[in-house]
Unconditional design. Structure first.
Length: 185
């Protein structure tokens, strides 16, 4: 079981950032990650939203070293007022070390969800995946009748190299055989 400490702060443009404070703990177990928020997290967040418009909300993953070197992600603070769910993605290396995190808000309310519900935090833990395919493709070439032109089928080895094989066989048949061993001369 691994415990990861998540911290948060606000950052005003042009000002020195304030130190991070504890937001919650992510517990990684074999069954999957779980999140436990800190006690004063909601009160602190409500105070920030009410008092500081036009700022960024940063979250960071506590690691060894200085707070400025922690992996972090940020969103505009004003988006937190309409967010019902938070998504926290932890990226790990092949050896299992966490090197980055992503923070995403779901600002669209779910069907039948009360606007007064306490938000949920979903954690995801895994290796980064490859970049998704863009979906752009080149359409196949079309014939005069409007049907796609079928690609030429692959030739076999004999079909490709018969012009080299036939002369080699003729040369082998025409060459005289060497004298037999042990035959009288």
């Amino acid at each position: 079981m691994i415990r990861l400490f998540i911290h948060h702060r606000i950052r005003r443009p042009g000002e020195q950032p304030v130190p991070f404070s504890h937001k919650g703990t992510v517990v990684l177990t074999p069954t999957g990650p779980s999140y436990a928020p800190a006690n004063a997290f909601r009160d602190q967040l409500a105070t920030w939203i009410a008092s500081t418009p036009d700022t960024r909300y940063e979250i960071a993953l506590e690691t060894d070293g200085d707070q400025d070197d922690w992996p972090r992600s940020s969103v505009k603070l004003c988006h937190l007022t309409s967010a019902y769910e938070e998504y926290l993605t932890l990226h790990k290396t092949v050896s299992g070390d966490i090197f980055a995190l992503d923070y995403h808000l779901d600002s669209v309310p779910k069907w039948r969800m009360s606007p007064y519900t306490v938000g949920y935090v979903y954690c995801k833990y895994g290796c980064p995946s490859q970049v998704p395919h863009s979906g752009v493709y080149v359409p196949p070439p079309m014939g005069a009748d409007g049907q796609p032109i079928k690609p030429v089928s692959e030739q076999s080895f004999i079909q490709k190299y018969w012009m080299y094989i036939v002369p080699a066989l003729i040369i082998l048949l025409v060459l005289p055989a060497g004298p037999e061993e042990g035959a009288p001369q």
